[in-house]
Design a protein around this ligand. Structure first.
Ligand code: FES
Length: 82
């Protein structure tokens, strides 16, 4: 049986970093290692995705989260896993 695992792409380009992507990535990483999302997500760090005006940018599966934060990313992941 195939396990469903969400790919979460976090932009760590300079504009997203300035907008708080680093802290958000750290929080996501910790929560992916423990808690209810353990083993269900894979965090992938990317370079600039050319959407700097919407920084910080995170892609969950095929959904773009613009001007986002960790809580909104979690909500999106939960929505997709349900
Ligand atoms: S730095 Fe994140 S989209 Fe450009």
């Amino acid at each position: 049986m195939r396990h469903k695992r969400e790919l979460v792409f976090v932009c760590t380009g300079s504009d997203c970093k300035k907008a708080g992507a680093k802290g958000m990535k750290k929080k996501l990483k910790e929560d992916f290692k423990s808690g209810p999302l353990k083993g269900k997500c894979k965090l992938i760090q990317t370079k600039c995705m050319d959407m700097c005006k919407s920084a910080p940018v995170v892609i969950v599966g095929d959904h773009f989260c613009k001007k986002t934060d960790a809580d909104r990313v979690f909500a999106q992941i939960k929505k997709r896993l349900d």
